[in-house]
Ligand binder design. Sequence first.
Ligand code: RIB
Length: 340
Amino acid sequence: MVVVKTAIPLLLPMVSFAIVSFANVRSPVDTVIIDTDCGVFGDDGSAIVMLAHSPEKVRVAGITVVTGNVWAAQSAGYVREIGALVKHPEWKPAIGAQLPLTHTAALARLEPSIEFQGAFSEPPVIAPPPARTAINVMAEEIQAAPGQVTILALGPMTNVAILLRQHPDLETKIRRIVFMGGNVHVGGNASPAAEFNFWFDPEAAQIVLRSKIPEKVMFPLDICNRAVLTKALFDQVASAKTGVAARYREDLGQRYPGFLNKPDAKGYLWDELAAAWLLDTEFVTAEETSHLDVDTRFGASYGATTKLDRKLAPDATPVRVMLDLDFARLFALYRRLMTQ
Ligand code: RIB
């Protein structure tokens, strides 16, 4: 902005008003920290690629990793490999929490109805703690630009919960958290009651939902269940002649959901929806707002999304819960960004 210094005295109040106003105007490019439990590629990888291919809308200020789908140390390696594919060899994913706050593999084994246990189904892969942790990255970025930083949480919210506990002063300085997790009016996918990210670290999700983060935008299974990926749609991305498409084809084709071996398989767009919302909010066609909480009593309902008893967290901000979408609009965006 050009500041006019030779103004007539009468114009001075207007000029200073303009300076103050512009100072509060956000840049059209969102500053985003991606907190992910990215595996070989999967939905986290797609979400990362979508944002990496949208520099006119999003500046990725940091990528932090957490244990969830895989161990955080493994996730860091996968993010580096994906960074190389999208021409960001400089990305240095910062490892944060390597274990959930209280959940453990031993507890998970006690619960017979768990569909997918993520990292808990493999022996732990633990890295030496880095000099600059995920929590440091988040805190430094938020301190440098209070009210400007969006956290895009694609995995269990352990890192975000530790950030809130370690830096309570930053809670209201986060611009917003946009996250994939939870299930409000539908059943779970890790267990009949709970969605995977919430189930893996229910206490962390509870800390975030009970927090005062000014804006919480939730992509629960309610909306994701309506974003079904079939083999025909997978082929539209997998057939592109790019390094990203080759990795997508290999991972979604051979692992989950395994389209190349089971053409009738179906997958879901999960983390991709949260990323897409940073690029085009209009694909969401229905949402509601409510105060939410997480069931942290160990047992069949561990990790289920519940209504918040406001007495427990009177200052908690509400959650914008995304419920339905214009799938054609969303898929067009996804396909364009995944194949470019
Ligand atoms: O429930 C879907 C979530 O769990 C996604 O974040 C996906 O990556 C997964 O494992």
